[in-house]
Structure formats: structure tokens, C-alpha cells
Design a protein around this ligand. Structure first.
Ligand code: ADP
Ligand code: MG
Length: 402
């Protein structure tokens, strides 16, 4: 059983470290989608109402274990202030004197946000001792930990795992809500059950394919990860995203799918661009002839083509349960957003449970103008949801179990 906030007792005057996932997309220092901040607000408000003194911590992006201004959480503090309607003290360091000082000035119900956890090498270190020593520094700041960063519970990182062992720790309300939906997907999902995968974290996602096979009826694959699959089928993919060292894994996965009778839906046409830019020239070509476009071996696939979009939409809307993680193309550029839009539209037409997961996928449906309420659930976690669906033990949840 997960220890929930209901088990945390009286929080008045207590110092609470709240681990959130505030990893929002930024462009030139401006937040382009605040979904993850909004999703974190209910737990924060609950702690405020309980009179806790709250130190919120989060990662943002993938800085290399050192301060890097472009990954500062400062813009998030400002947005959080607006959403909470009360001041948020921003500490320019995650631990140490600055963080302690920020915490000290808080009154009951007060909130501070600590700078990006990943500015510290201990947070995501592969070395357990390093993670432990960073977790100890973090633990100085609080009496208890409330873990609510659903998007990172699949990572064994200091603030997610080691810190939860050092302090009395509880799952926040966002984690509880996310798990309720994921349970519906794992415990006898209505069939046909389809998982749609795309996006750019190619090696992470290719890794989950094999484990998902026994669970699903259909796997639909697009986005940046599809080019490794096309390469495994012997096609040339020009300058498209490719993980050459994963080709063999993908071949195994394709033959397993055949054995298990899982339908793998792949694009038949691809939108190939001359360069990675919003106004790049582009052409639609057959998926087995990417280098046949007029850009030759320099072309790069930035979206699935219209024929594929139609087939993908059909595979989705005819399913009873759908989980989708990863945009079908570079949706941030209007010319390459059509595949993602078609899949998102099809999810809204599912008679059953349709779940969108992943930071960028959730941002995409909002950026493309869809109403959040048109989906069964928009999850803040992509990788975390996928690993949960695979049946893996997630360290950040395991550690909150009694
Ligand atoms: P999520 O955050 O939903 O888990 P990812 O982080 O894996 O998704 O991937 C999101 C990114 O994938 C988007 O920024 C999108 O531009 C990019 N992407 C999708 N298709 C392609 C492609 N064909 N080539 C390069 N990038 C792509
Ligand atoms: Mg992402």
C-alpha cells in the first residue's frame, strides 16, 4: 500500500519537502506549456491549507550536473505565484545556505521553490553514495517528504528515491490520481488495446517495446523513433533520427510481435524535410524511399505522411483502450504537426479510455488547440507511465510503499 498524504498526520508548522515534476517546456525563458505546473497545484494547495512550510523541488531539462542558466526554475516560480495567488520565495540553490535561508523565512502555509535539482551532480548520479550524500543535504531542509513528481518515479534519483528513505515520506495527490488511471489500463483493459508511441527519446522508448508486446493488441509507431524501425526493415532513412545500435533489438521485437499476433502499425509515407527548421522545404515520400526525395540522403523525416495519419487515426479510433506517448512528428513546426494532430483527434473519438502521457505529448494536444476534457486523462508522465504499463517496479513508488 502506498503511503498517501492522508497518513501524514498534522502538518501545521511542519517543514515539507515537496518533490514535483515541474519540467515544463521553455522557449527563450518563456514557459510554452504550464500543464505540469497546473497539475502540481492541488497538492501544493492542500499543504498550504494544512499550514505546512513547503519547499518545492524539481528538475528541469537535462543540465549536466552543474548550474546552467537556461535550465533555471526561476520562470516556474513566477508562474507558480500566479497560480497559487501567493508569494513563492525562489532559492537560487537547491541545498546549502541559500535553501536553508529561504526555508527559514517561511511562515505556516508559506512556499519556496528550490533551484533545479539537476544542477547538483548527486541528483542523477549513477553512484549510490553520491546520490545518498546529496539526499542527506536535501533532508536537512525538511521534516517529511511528499513525493508528487509522477514523471520521475521511474528514475532512481536522489530526490525521488534516496531522500524518501531518509525522511518519513508520502505520495502526493497527483501520484495517486495518475495511478488510478494507469490501474484501469493494466487491470483487464477493454480490447482492442492500442499503444501509440512516438517522440524523440528514442532509446528509452525502443527499450519498452518488447515488454509491452504481451500486453497489447496493437502497437502504432511514429515520431522520431520510427526511423530505427524502418532501418531495421532495411530502409534508408537519410538524416532522420536513428539509433543504429538498437536496430538488432528492433528486429527481435518485430519477430516477437509476429509470433504473439500483435499488430504493428507503421507509417507508409513520411514527410521529408530539407533541414530541421519551421520553414524547411518538404516533400511526402513512401516510407521505404526516404532518400528518394529531392533532398536525397540529406533529407530528414519530420512527420508521418497523410496516408499514414489516416491509417493511424483508424487504428486508434477503432480501439477500446488507447495509451499514447510521443508526438508523431515535430509538432512545434506547423508544417510537421499534421500527424500528431490526426492521432490526437482520433484519441478524442475513442469509445472507451484514451490516455495521453508525456510532457511533450500533453503539451502538443494543448498547443494544437484540443480541449483537455476531450481526453480520458492527460498524464504528466511519459516514460514513467510506459514503465508502469510494462509491469515494471518503479523505484520512486516502491519506496513509498509500506
Ligand atoms: P514525451 O515528452 O511526450 O514523452 P518525447 O520527449 O519523447 O515525448 O519527444 C517529444 C519530441 O519529439 C518533440 O519535441 C518532437 O518535436 C520530437 N519529434 C517527434 N517526431 C520527430 C522526428 N521525426 N524527428 C525529430 N524529432 C521528432
Ligand atoms: Mg519530452
Amino acid at each position: 500500500m502506498l503511503r498517501s498524504l492522508d497518513n501524514a498526520g498534522n502538518l501545521a508548522g511542519k517543514r515539507v519537502i515537496l518533490r514535483c515534476d515541474l519540467n515544463v517546456p521553455l522557449k527563450d525563458g518563456i514557459i510554452t506549456d504550464d500543464g505540469r505546473i497546473r497539475a502540481s497545484v492541488p497538492t501544493i494547495k492542500r499543504l498550504i491549507a494544512a499550514g505546512a512550510r513547503i519547499a518545492i523541488c524539481s528538475h528541469l531539462g537535462r543540465p549536466e550536473g552543474a548550474p546552467d542558466a537556461k535550465y533555471s526554475l526561476a520562470p516556474v516560480a513566477t508562474r507558480l505565484e500566479e497560480l497559487l495567488g501567493q508569494p513563492v520565495v525562489f532559492a537560487q540553490d537547491t541545498v546549502g545556505a541559500q535553501a536553508v535561508a529561504a526555508m527559514k523565512i517561511l511562515k505556516d502555509g508559506g512556499v519556496c521553490l528550490l533551484e533545479n535539482l539537476r544542477f547538483n551532480p548527486g541528483e542523477a548520479s549513477k553512484d549510490e553514495a553520491e546520490r545518498n550524500s546529496f539526499a542527506k543535504e536535501l533532508a536537512e531542509l525538511g521534516d517529511i517528504l511528499v513525493s508528487d513528481g509522477f514523471g520521475v518515479v521511474h528514475r532512481k534519483q536522489a530526490s525521488v528515491y534516496e531522500l524518501a528513505e531518509l525522511l518519513p515520506s508520502y505520495a502526493g495527490d497527483l501520484i495517486a490520481t495518475e495511478l488510478e488511471v494507469l490501474k484501469q489500463l493494466t487491470e483487464s483493459p477493454k480490447r482492442p488495446y492500442t499503444v501509440v508511441l512516438g517522440g524523440s527519446k528514442v532509446s528509452d522508448k525502443l527499450g519498452v517495446l518488447g515488454h509491452l508486446l504481451p500486453k497489447v493488441d496493437r502497437l502504432v509507431i511514429g515520431g522520431g523513433m520510427v526511423f530505427t524501425v524502418l532501418a531495421a526493415l532495411g530502409h534508408k532513412v537519410g538524416k532522420s533520427l536513428l539509433e543504429a545500435d538498437q536496430i538488432e533489438t528492433v528486429k527481435t521485437f518485430l519477430s516477437q510481435a509476429k509470433e504473439l499476433g500483435v499488430e504493428v502499425v507503421l507509417p507508409t509515407d513520411i514527410v521529408v524535410a530539407a533541414s530541421f527548421s519551421p520553414d524547411a522545404q518538404f516533400e511526402t515520400v513512401s516510407a521505404d524511399a526516404i532518400e528518394g526525395s529531392s533532398f536525397g540522403a540529406n533529407g530528414l523525416g519530420l512527420d508521418i505522411g497523410p496516408e499514414s495519419a489516416k491509417a493511424f487515426a483508424q487504428a486508434v479510433s477503432s480501439s477500446a483502450t488507447v495509451f499514447w506517448n510521443g508526438p508523431m512528428g515535430v509538432f512545434e513546426f506547423a508544417n510537421f504537426a499534421h500527424g500528431t494532430k490526426a492521432v490526437a483527434q482520433a484519441l478524442t473519438e475513442v469509445q472507451g479510455l484514451a490516455v495521453v502521457g508525456g510532457g511533450d505529448s500533453a503539451a502538443a494536444v494543448r498547443a494544437l488547440g484540443f480541449d483537455e476534457s476531450a481526453f480520458g486523462h492527460i498524464s504528466t508522465g511519459g516514460g514513467a507511465s510506459l514503465e508502469y504499463l510494462e509491469g515494471k517496479v518503479l523505484p520512486g513508488l516502491e519506496v513509498l510503499n509500506d
